[in-house]
Design a protein around this ligand. Structure first.
Ligand code: GLC
Length: 752
């Protein structure tokens, strides 16, 4: 019975697996839709138009911050365009009010933060980026869309595509790390997964690229803080993942809280109009972040709600999330001529366009069904994504664990379900989680001893002795440490200290002191400082916050059924003082070159460099890094040309073919993420020492090798030059094909 009830979803899932998910990007220019919009607009009163621009949080855990609670009345009067934070049958109840009670029967659009899964909680987005498999992330997003749409949600405030170079910022967990090229690939994947082959399909949900733009550059890694980004860096680093979302057909964008060069992103005509509308021709709508229009007042560019509303709307924020300033001030401003009616009309058009293309007018109600949730297939996908996301940082002959060995499982995260689902878990439920302790107990039974040892954040050492004894009585200790997923990662979770919280490292030192082999599993929403671990334990696996299938994925990995192949998408620092630290940095006029900066400078030449006197410049673990249970070798890079005209590449007339052979030289199968980097000198502006311009994750059997090819053309080599033109310039181009951003020997090509 259950299977037959679930058959539709099974077929849907299989259909999707065979690539039924094309790209939904033609939705924005359909004449029939435009005609419907104009017809409706002509019938709408000013109040009804403004009503479409209002969004309220209408459910647990938050009521509307505006103090307005009478939804029935507000909706019936056409004063609401969207609600969020409400799911299930209640969605249809509220929708019925709009469709049957409001004068023009315009349906509401219901949104929610579906960031890494709905009920099937996948690993966090930062973890998913570490798979370097956009196709896998697309599948996860598709599952999220099917589940969310069967609980009333047709719009997610995802993907978060903020490039982040600073591990102090708690929201680094929500994105794809520090690189724009990888970030753009992941951005496209999420949009395709959420929106499916067509926005109007019942299980498609509108994507929302956020937080537009530059929020990840918050000064000092402090959330909501100001950002100072040059236009060149904005276009070179922070905008590409947003442009990728737009090109993939994202239906909406969300404006950020942060100020950009002194202009708040939620009232920034340059980003919201010049770039998004005039350059990119984006035709969806922009929603503000939570009360970010209200925050224009403390930010200092508005002294009244009316000025804040006027600046946000005329800059290009179409929908007001939770400030209630559009509702309370726009009608008066239109009547007194301060806000042109045409600006209101254009915002309404954009919102109606998305609602029509979602099919909400024809199908305003959702088929609420729990059958779509947590299917065996989606759980299996969650386990696969988790397995592919793990990054092996160290392995001194301790992994895979030997079967038959007695294991001491220690640490405050080993049995913590809530910490497995990570930040922004939305409707994710800890009770659905398979913890590491449960999975390991199932596999080992009495061969496993569990001792929590300590809390994630405590000074108490009362549990240490039990943990030390458990280690002494075992053959190997697996120690699960990290950040808790509720307070220490995600929004409003910036940390000035990147060490393991509390006394976890102190506990680890006592476990290591027993002399037993130790494997540390790190559960974090960001890079942590692991200097002592890297020196003193035999194995380190970065497990992130791996979702509902955490335990099963980890046990399969610990015992070699899964060979970890994840790679870092953020640099792991040696000290918080290095932040922001990222691989694609500029060279400066005083590079280290081959100076050994692991010790203080010995002389003038060593001292007067861009360096610290008390720390190395390099990260502990670099972008792109990750080990495997096997080993791989790379042949020298081959290039199709060692010299060619930049102008030919610029006009698309020629490309460079770059290749290498990669071989699995170990005794077990494994995945390798082969990375293509470029760098250029002799150009009109400084360029990063390396930039990712291609990657392929390949699975190789022992002894097998694969010929890997990449092409370099205009898309990969153009950059914003001294004249702020996006062009390919002459210069000396270096090319690497390597296993990380810190490895490999380059091949040089002269671009004439
Ligand atoms: C939050 C976040 C944003 C989220 C929104 C709605 O403050 O900044 O990412 O989508 O509010 O929950």
């Amino acid at each position: 019975m259950l299977l037959s009830k679930r058959r539709p979803y099974l077929l849907l899932f299989i259909a999707f697996l065979f690539g039924a998910s094309a790209l939904a990007q033609d939705w924005a220019n359909r004449p029939s839709t435009e005609a419907r919009i104009e017809k409706l607009l002509k019938q709408m009163t000013l109040d009804e138009k403004i009503g479409q621009l209002n969004q309220y949080s209408a459910g647990s855990p938050t009521g509307p911050g505006t103090g307005r609670k009478n939804y029935a009345e507000m909706i019936a009067k056409g004063e609401v365009g969207s609600l969020f934070n409400v799911t299930g049958a209640q969605v249809n109840v509220l929708q019925k009010l709009a469709v049957e009670k409001s004068r023009l029967r315009i349906p509401l659009i219901f949104g929610l933060d579906v960031i890494h899964g709905y009920r099937t909680t996948f690993p966090t987005p930062l973890a998913m980026s570490a798979t370097w498999q956009p196709e896998l992330v697309e599948k996860a997003a598709r599952v999220a869309a099917v589940e969310a749409s069967h609980d009333g949600i047709r719009w997610t405030f995802s993907p978060m595509v903020d490039v982040s170079r600073d591990a102090r910022w708690g929201r680094i967990v929500e994105g794809a790390g520090e690189d724009p090229y990888l970030g753009a690939a992941m951005s496209r994947a999420y949009v395709r997964g959420y929106q499916g082959a067509s926005l109007s399909t019942a299980d498609s949900i509108a994507a929302c690229a956020k937080h537009y733009v530059g929020y990840g550059a918050a000064e000092a890694g402090r959330d909501y803080n100001t950002t100072e980004i040059s236009e060149r860096t904005l276009r070179q680093t922070y905008l590409p993942p947003f442009q990728a979302a737009r090109d993939a057909g994202a239906a909406t964008f969300m404006s950020a809280f942060s100020a950009l060069g002194g202009v708040p992103s939620s009232a920034n005509p340059f980003t919201l109009d010049t770039i998004l509308r005039k350059e990119w021709k984006f035709r969806g709508f922009v929603v503000s972040d939570w009360n970010s229009i209200g925050e224009l007042i403390p930010q200092g560019i508005a002294n009244t709600p009316a000025v804040a509303a006027r600046k946000a709307l005329t800059a290009g924020v179409d929908m007001d999330m939770e400030a209630n300033f559009y509702h309370s001030t726009l009608a008066g401003q239109v009547k007194n001529g301060q806000v042109p009616l045409s600006v209101i009309d254009e915002a309404v058009r954009r919102i109606l366009r998305v609602k029509i293309e979602l099919g909400l007018f024809e199908h305003p109600y959702s088929e609420i069904s729990q059958d779509a949730m947590l299917t065996p297939q989606s759980r299996e996908l969650a386990r696969t994504v988790a397995e592919k996301s793990f990054v092996l940082l160290k392995n001194q002959n301790v992994l895979p664990l030997k079967s038959g060995a007695k294991v001491a499982l220690i640490g405050p995260v080993a049995d913590s379900a809530i910490d497995m689902i990570g930040a922004w878990a939305g409707k994710g439920d800890p009770k659905d989680v398979v913890t590491l302790r449960a999975a390991l107990e199932r596999k080992l039974g009495p061969s496993m001893t569990y001792a929590q040892g300590t809390e994630i954040l405590t000074a108490s050492t009362s549990g240490f002795a039990e943990a030390v004894n458990a280690a002494k009585a075992s053959d190997v200790a697996v120690v699960a440490l990290g950040e808790n997923a509720v307070e220490m990662t995600g929004e409003a979770a910036s940390r000035s200290d990147l060490n393991l919280p509390g006394n976890q490292e102190q506990l680890l030192k006592e476990i290591v002191a027993t002399g037993k082999p130790v494997v540390v599993l790190v559960f974090s929403g960001r890079p942590l400082i692991l200097n002592w671990e890297a020196q003193n334990v035999q194995g380190i696996l970065e497990a992130w916050h791996p979702g509902v299938e955490a335990g099963n994925a980890l046990v399969r990995t610990l015992y070699g059924e899964n060979n970890p192949g994840g790679r870092l998408t953020t640099s792991f620092p040696r000290a918080v003082g290095q932040e922001p630290i990222y691989y694609n940095h500029f060279n400066t006029g005083r590079p280290l070159k081959d100076i050994d900066d692991s010790r203080p400078p010995k002389n003038h030449s060593e001292k007067f460099r861009s360096r610290y006197i008390d720390q190395q410049n390099s990260p502990l673990f670099p972008f792109g890094f990750g080990l495997s249970y096997t080993t791989f070798t790379y042949s020298p890079v081959k290039v199709s040309n060692t010299s060619l005209a930049a102008a030919d590449i610029n006009r698309g007339a020629s490309k460079i073919l770059v290749s290498a052979d990669v071989k699995n030289t170990g005794s077990v199968a494994g995945d390798e993420v082969i990375q293509l980097y470029v760098s250029q000198t002799g150009t009109s502006v400084v360029r990063p020492v390396r930039e990712l311009k291609g990657f392929q994750r390949v699975s190789l059997a022992p002894g097998a090798s694969k010929h890997i090819e990449f092409t370099l053309g205009r898309a990969e080599l153009a950059f914003w030059n001294i004249d702020m033109k996006d062009v390919v310039e002459p210069g000396t181009l270096s090319v690497w094909i390597s296993p990380s951003s810190a490895d490999g020997e380059p091949k040089t090509i002269e671009l004439k």
